[in-house]
Write a protein that binds this ligand. Sequence first.
Ligand code: HEC
Ligand code: HEC
Ligand code: HEC
Ligand code: HEC
Ligand code: HEC
Ligand code: HEC
Ligand code: HEC
Length: 340
Amino acid sequence: MLKKVHKFQKGKENKDGKMALTFLLCLTFLTFVSSGVVSAAEKGTHLDRGKVKGGCKTCHKPSGKGKGRIVDLCLRCHGPSGSAEERAKTNIYSLLMKRSNHPIIDTSKYHKTGEALPEKDTAMPRHVSCQDCHNTHMTSPRNRMARIKGTSLAGAKKMAEKEAEVCYNCHSDSINLPSSSSNMRLEFDPANASYHPVERVAKGRSTSLFKEIAQGSFITCTQCHEPHGSDYPPLLRVNYNTLDGAESLYAYELCYTCHNRDSILSNQSFKGSQSNDYGHKEHIIYQKASCYTCHASHGSSTNPHLIQFNPSVVTGAGQYLDYGSGRAQCNLTCHSKVHR
Ligand code: HEC
Ligand code: HEC
Ligand code: HEC
Ligand code: HEC
Ligand code: HEC
Ligand code: HEC
Ligand code: HEC
């Protein structure tokens, strides 16, 4: 019985990107529960009558009608359009309308149930849908990505155990990865010289880290990125100026949520090559260099301390020599000024 339902639903969805959420409710319910898709112990939010009063028929029409895009179903409750008594607390629609967003409204129609990601076929359009990150029956406050297929750090398919493995489905080995994008699986590879600790504890030591984030802890992609939409591209939680300019709390707010601004600007870590004047403070305040001019956001395959010079500012050899204890020397040219 369950097989039949699967087939029916897949067929519908693959044809035109739409799906009829229809079936014989009474029969399905039994197979559905007994197949272990829903275990009583781990009831997802949407199957909790305290949260979605109407139960299965809220989303599945027993009558044979009720065709429509899944994203519209989701936004009926997670947006402003649905009835007041159904409406969820979280308005995802308003996030999708922001300047930088996951293109869910436009591209979710290309999602196919059971599709293979990262895509290997150049004809497969880039897309992202609610179901790519959320299993509607299983999602809960404890695990919003419960029961979603992922891609491991080594590139293998598996049930996702952590968030990054879901992101790698589309931001790693995809054949259609945009040229402006990089393979995140490789960015966070523990074989790299340095990386933000998404996969492994960082190799370096961060003196500037706020006490609330213990050294040796892990961070997630969505501590920096808002997964639905934001005012700060690319999908960042708060502002980050990647272009050089005047320093302020706002300009580098993203970094300053975890790294203490006072520590950075008083050269506690980066002291400079000759005297204490040529470290972070000189570069950031007086030369108005953005963190991005010197640092990678994710990982660097060759340099420690996430050093990776922005090629549109820094030219020349771009050589970085680490002398230890906060002193370094760089042989390069910034804005065509020779620098050593
Ligand atoms: C909040 C909306 C919502 C509710 C409530 C809901 N479903 Fe679903 N259901 C969906 C969506 C969306 C899909 C398609 C998932 C996909 O294709 O990724 C689905 C798919 C299914 C499938 C196809 C097999 C599968 O797991 O993909 C069955 C069977 C099913 N639902 C049964 C039920 C039953 C029985 C209930 C009540 C206990 C229920 N659903 C409650 C939204 C809902
Ligand atoms: C009938 C209304 C309804 C529909 C339709 C609906 N949701 Fe929800 N959803 C809720 C409510 C209520 C909550 C509880 C949290 C809240 O109020 O925001 C929730 C919570 C969630 C959560 C967070 C889990 C949690 O409890 O914190 C996710 C993720 C989610 N929904 C995704 C979806 C997706 C994806 C769809 C479409 C397939 C969908 N929802 C359709 C009502 C709905
Ligand atoms: C790229 C993956 C991704 C996609 C696509 C996505 N989400 Fe989410 N969503 C997440 C993650 C990760 C979280 C938990 C982090 C957070 O709370 O911000 C989340 C959280 C949520 C929550 C709970 C928010 C809260 O503050 O309680 C809801 C509701 C939700 N998503 C609904 C949706 C709906 C509806 C869609 C489709 C329109 C969607 N999501 C598409 C990744 C995604
Ligand atoms: C099902 C596919 C899919 C998944 C899963 C997914 N994304 Fe995306 N993401 C996209 C698509 C499509 C775009 C639009 C640009 C493109 O084609 O890469 C995008 C864009 C982005 C961008 C903006 C890139 C830019 O250059 O403007 C960020 C940042 C991002 N995603 C982060 C994430 C994070 C973090 C996760 C995991 C929580 C995630 N994505 C999961 C498909 C996906
Ligand atoms: C410490 C904060 C931080 C973390 C953690 C982080 N990112 Fe980013 N990400 C950024 C910043 C800042 C940018 C924009 C500047 C840049 O491109 O380096 C960015 C850019 C991106 C882009 C667009 C540019 C590109 O290189 O493709 C994607 C896609 C992306 N991130 C995905 C991810 C995924 C997936 C994860 C987790 C596996 C992740 N990010 C973890 C801060 C972060
Ligand atoms: C001119 C290049 C340059 C710029 C601009 C720069 N940094 Fe650095 N940063 C370095 C170097 C070099 C080190 C390594 C110092 C050492 O040898 O330990 C470093 C180390 C760090 C560290 C690790 C040590 C610690 O203090 O925790 C953090 C974090 C850091 N920088 C954050 C930032 C932030 C945030 C900005 C922007 C507000 C920024 N940097 C701007 C060159 C730069
Ligand atoms: C969500 C918190 C968070 C945010 C946001 C964040 N970082 Fe970090 N950063 C960390 C953690 C955790 C470490 C690892 C520190 C440790 O274990 O000692 C780290 C380490 C670093 C290091 C040192 C890496 C090494 O191997 O020596 C640099 C440089 C750095 N971050 C720069 C930045 C810059 C630039 C930004 C803004 C784009 C930023 N960070 C945003 C949490 C964060």
